[in-house]
Design a protein around this ligand. Structure first.
Ligand code: ADP
Ligand code: MG
Length: 682
């Protein structure tokens, strides 16, 4: 079906905006609104404050300077109160014919100067008394995202006509017939800044009348008041969140009706000696979480649980206990980690813990396969043939290699995924499908802002370790410029002399065009700077064996300093390391810096994180200050979500999140909650 007035050419242009149906068109969201009931007087313009003015062209022409290679087009308009100079820095040939004296236009932009009053590159729209002028003037008008060749005014006209024709037929969402949607919609206060404590955000939302979907779509384009447009946006966002929640809850329901849980609660026969040998007492939070997990493992449906605990909160010990429950029950367990280094570290720890219990621990990464263990990496020296699968109660630890098609694990009772945020939702599902609905525990240190928790992880139950083990030295954080580096190195040497270790982190592996510090380039000079202390090098382009060796050397205190990329961000645990210096800190996200900082402050000694940055932009320094002010990973993640968006926060891998047209994960928590409640009652 073709809309009236949309020919081949226009249809192509609309397709570039991903508009191919009437629905797409009606959901094309204005990028802003202009109140054209009252115009700003040119005489009253303020510097830097965006405004729309209307005026008649009194002069126009190209200005050249310095022998003519650059040309500017300038056009002066008058609205009876003053003159405004509109400038375009790249004069185009068509401009002279277009901006002719006597025509009248609207200009939207930010005044650059008031003497004379000037706007650079304003958005313009002709004032013409044409047939449809009532659509474009004397009202609040929508300004749409456009594509080359598509005029604002034409699209607005099309929108008006399309609405007029189809508005009456816009179906209500099915959930609207439900009693819960009683016509109230939470109205968010937008006052909460990026650092507002989550608990203060819209706890008690005011309510306003909920428009119907048809009303919302009408008001989205042609609102009577700007608040109407805001409410319309919220209503349409609610529809999006509801659609997503339906998917999530459907997925969960399918799974629950289809899957029988394997009995994995265990009988404590290995757990008891393990806890005695562990050398510390579990925190109250760890114990509570384990109780939740045990209930799941003995329940009717397979566990699907997200364990969230800030860096250093002791998730590994919880993973070990969980694994033991399934192992005691006679099942195999798989533990997946995002990097080889972390898999290796887990392999060493779990071997140390489980060997005395007679539980087999295997490692499978891209470079090392089951059974090919090198004697130097395990404490028990006698080589053991791989017995994986022939006898249950084996823990297999690995990286993405666990997902390869050829790998199959019999009697798989439990899958644990460490640092879940490094994997995609699809990968999570892939590993679970290896068995007959094994239990699933995913762990993450990225404190997931609640909006994401309810959307992306909406099909998982949540456990939180909200307490750090006792006796932890606090981490002090400082933001400094490169000028202070000599002092920083001096401070570092002091700590090394006292027997501590340190990480130095740069953003790049090799020289890059952006001039950021690169570990391979700086390695020799850092070594020279820190003589006699040894420096190790670790980055993603090293061969696996070299990575392992570097990590092992650092852990065994063979070197005092590890120069690394953000590769060490996840999981690495060396309690004697108490200093971390991060140069070009502005290159990292806040959540990532928080993770990196989590590598220190793991022992009893006081720890220091020094963020070096010469970033000039005030907001990038402001951003780093967040880390100086708080070690609360939750607040940091919320700030990061606001500043960089969900894609950045979760890493590129996180493909599970849909693109919202209207929903905004940084501020729509009340709507997301409401969507979840509505769907739960459906
Ligand atoms: P994360 O949650 O970041 O994975 P880890 O599991 O690596 O943290 O634990 C961090 C450090 O804290 C480890 O050295 C671990 O042995 C230690 N630890 C864990 N639980 C406790 C506890 N209850 N008491 C003391 N130390 C603990
Ligand atoms: Mg960990």
């Amino acid at each position: 079906m073709r809309l009236w007035g949309v020919g081949e050419e226009r249809a192509k242009q609309l397709a570039r905006l991903a508009i191919t149906t009437v629905e797409d068109l009606l959901l094309h969201r204005p990028r802003r609104y202009e109140d054209r009931r009252n115009f700003q007087a040119i005489a009253k313009l303020q510097i830097g404050e965006p405004a729309t003015v209307r005026g008649k062209i009194i002069a126009a022409g190209v200005k050249r300077w310095r022998k003519g290679d650059r040309a500017m087009f300038e056009c002066v308009i008058d609205d009876g109160t003053a003159h405004l100079y509109c400038r375009w820095w790249q004069a185009q040939p068509w401009m002279e014919e277009y901006f002719t004296v006597g025509r009248e236009f609207l200009a939207f932009g930010k005044p650059e100067s008031l003497r004379p009053r000037t706007m650079d590159h304003p958005e313009t729209e002709w004032i013409e008394p044409g047939e449809e002028s009532f659509i474009h003037f004397n009202r609040i008008v929508p300004i749409y995202p456009l594509t080359e060749g598509l005029p604002q005014r034409w699209l607005r006209g099309l929108m008006w006509r399309t609405l007029a024709r189809y508005e009456a037929g816009i179906p209500e969402a099915p959930w609207e017939k439900l009693p819960v949607a009683s016509g109230k919609l939470p109205v968010e206060k937008s006052s909460a800044g990026p650092l507002a404590k989550p608990s203060t955000v819209s706890q008690q939302p005011a309510t306003a009348l909920l428009p119907t979907r048809a009303q919302a779509i009408h008001r989205l384009h042609f609102p009577e008041a700007l608040t109407d447009a805001g409410l319309a946006r919220q209503r349409l966002a609610l529809d999006e969140f509801i659609a997503l929640q339906i998917q999530i809850q459907q997925r969960r329901k399918n799974f629950e009706t289809r899957a029988q849980a394997l009995p994995c609660a265990g009988d404590n026969r290995w757990m008891k000696p393990f806890l005695v040998a562990l050398g510390f007492k579990l925190t109250a939070a760890q114990t509570r979480v384990l109780r939740e997990i045990r209930a799941d493992l003995g329940g009717a449906h397979p566990m699907r649980r997200l364990l969230q605990g800030d860096v250093g909160s002791g998730k590994t010990a919880v993973a070990a206990c969980t694994a033991l429950m399934a192992l005691e029950s006679g099942f195999n367990v798989a533990l997946m980690a995002p990097t080889e280094i972390l898999a290796e570290q887990h392999f060493q720890n779990f071997t140390r813990w489980f060997d005395p219990l007679g539980v087999q621990v295997e490692l499978q990464t891209g470079s090392r396969k089951t059974g090919e263990r090198r004697a130097s990496n395990v404490e028990s020296q006698k080589p053991r043939p791989s017995t994986l699968g022939s006898r249950p109660s084996t823990l297999i630890i690995g990286t993405h290699a666990l997902l390869t098609a050829g790998f199959d694990l019999p009697h798989l009772g439990l899958v644990i995924i460490d640092e879940q945020h490094k994997f995609g939702v699809a990968q999570r599902e892939q590993l679970v499908r290896k068995g007959r609905y094994p239990h699933l525990l995913v762990m993450t240190a990225t404190p997931i802002p609640r909006t994401l928790g309810l959307t992306l992880y909406g099909d998982l139950d949540l456990s939180v370790i909200d307490e750090l083990p006792p006796g932890r030295g606090r981490v002090k954080t400082f933001v400094r410029t490169t000028e202070t580096l000599p002092k920083v190195w001096e401070f570092l040497r002091e700590k090394l002399t006292a027997g501590r270790q340190a990480y130095v982190v740069y953003p790049r592996v090799e020289d890059a065009a952006d001039g950021m510090k690169a570990v391979t380039r700086e390695f020799e000079s850092l070594k020279a700077k820190l003589v006699p202390f040894g420096v190790g090098l670790l980055h993603g382009r090293l061969k696996s064996a070299a990575k392992e060796a570097a990590m092992a050397d650092f852990r065994a205190q063979g070197v005092s300093v590890l120069l690394a990329t953000s590769l060490i961000e996840v999981g690495v645990d060396v309690p004697n390391a108490t200093v971390m210096v991060i140069e070009n800190a502005e290159a990292f996200g806040l959540a990532q810096l928080h993770q990196l900082r989590g590598r220190i402050g793991r022992g009893a000694h006081e720890s220091f994180c020094i963020l070096i940055s010469d970033a000039k932009k005030p907001d990038s320094r402001q951003r780093l200050r967040v880390l100086e002010e708080t070690t609360d990973g939750f607040r940091i993640a919320e700030a990061d979500l606001k500043l960089r968006g969900p894609g950045e926060l979760l890493g590129q891998q996180q493909s599970g999140l849909p693109r919202f047209r209207f929903g905004d994960l940084t501020e729509d928590l009340p709507l997301i909650r409401q969507a979840r409640d509505i769907v739960a009652k459906m």
